[in-house]
Write a protein that binds this ligand. Structure first.
Ligand code: GLA
Length: 371
């Protein structure tokens, strides 16, 4: 995908050249899953697939949005109205959170896969905020773009997600992972020069949103119990594992145990990357914790992870993103994963039916103005 493609679409749809173009990537999370809304640290990378947004004045009283990947076009008033349950809700919410009251024309062209858990919605929100602010010469930083895009997802679209996806899309840097402290939104870059194989299991997503909200509630309830026992605990990710083991039971214990153990693994992965040490055992432990304690894996995700770990080129595999379907990742040296992807797709097809979509990505750049 390119700025030229979205400029062409804008010209064809609205009969003029766009005033600005911005782009933003999807993401995969290397480690730190279900940690962002528990106040801990996460370690995503931007993928190299991007969403391009071209923007200009609409010439009418309503904003209009078209997409190269969608058949329906949207019309709305930026400062008014509810989500329509349509793809342009992300655009509408982002324009509103960007404080853009003027009616605009928007064209979208993207190669970030939709519905695979690679944060296509965050990429669209981030690119839209950046386009709107660039158009109006509003001063911005990657962090301020991420925050506005996150408010669009949480407050307008109504998804109770943490800040990871919008931060990864807005703030990432090529050849680095982005360490985000989700309690105070600090960030740091961690050099990451390896490849990541992404495998879309194609599992249906319908359970994902209700199960996600359910897990958030379980974590909030577990935190309240811990705070009764020890008032100083400020976020579940920072709780003492011994306190978790002593104060919680059953399902609540399992959910919280995932969170505190995953947080410790993030620190160990950051250290391993700095020392050039293998990641395999840490990523696999993360997957097992998500499978057994957080219960957000699926049979296909488990199968992909187990299959990938049999290959010597793979240094760690795990589900990425929310889970309950979506994508698994496998990490390897640059250029080493092509044969793995081919063999995995063949084996997956033999076991589960249609071959999965796969991508190999390095760590890409975050959002930028294109023109
Ligand atoms: C989804 C949410 C993120 C994060 C992950 C799980 O991608 O949008 O905020 O909670 O799940 O780590």
């Amino acid at each position: 995908m390119s700025a030229g493609a979205v400029a062409d679409l804008f010209q064809r749809s609205f009969g003029a050249a766009p005033a600005v173009i911005a782009s933003a990537p999807g993401r995969v999370n290397l480690i730190g899953e279900h940690i962002d809304y528990n106040g801990g640290e996460v370690l995503p990378i931007a993928i190299t697939s991007r969403t391009f947004v071209a923007l200009g004045p609409s010439g009418g009283s309503r904003s209009r949005a078209v997409s190269r990947e969608e058949t329906t076009a949207g019309e709305f008033v930026n400062a008014d109205g509810m989500p329509a349950g349509a793809w342009w809700d992300y655009v509408h919410g982002a324009l509103r959170q960007a404080g853009c009251d003027a009616p605009v024309a928007i064209a979208v062209a993207s190669d970030v896969p939709v519905g695979a858990g690679l944060s296509s919605s965050a990429a669209l929100e981030v690119a839209t905020v950046l386009a709107a602010w660039s158009w109006r010469d509003v001063p911005w930083t990657p962090d301020s773009v991420a925050m506005a895009a996150h408010r669009a997802e949480r407050d307008f679209v109504g998804v109770p997600c943490g800040i990871m996806d919008q931060y990864a899309s807005a703030c990432a840097r090529a050849d680095h992972a982005l360490r985000v402290w989700c309690d105070d939104a600090r960030t740091a870059f961690v050099p990451f020069d390896r490849d990541v194989l992404i495998v879309d299991t194609g599992d249906p997503r319908h359970l994902r949103s209700s199960a996600f909200a359910d897990r958030r509630q379980s974590c909030e309830a577990a935190l309240r119990v811990l705070q009764e026992a020890s008032p100083g605990v400020r976020a579940l990710a920072h709780a003492d594992p011994q306190l978790v083991a002593a104060a919680l039971h059953g399902e609540s214990l399992r959910r919280a145990r995932h969170v505190v153990s995953e947080q410790a693994r993030v620190h160990r992965v950051v250290e391993a990357l700095a020392r050039g040490e293998p990641l395999g055992a840490l990523l696999l432990d993360s997957h097992r914790s998500l499978r057994d304690d957080y219960e957000c894996s699926s049979p296909r995700l488990d199968w992909v992870v187990e299959w990938a770990m049999t290959r010597p080129e793979v240094d760690g595999a795990r589900l990425t993103g929310a889970g309950w379907g979506g994508c698994a990742i496998a990490v390897g040296d640059r250029g080493a994963l092509r044969d793995v992807a081919t063999a995995l797709a063949t084996a997956f097809e033999a076991r589960w039916g249609p071959a999965p979509r796969t991508w190999i990505t390095g760590a890409g750049d975050g959002a930028r103005r294109e023109g």
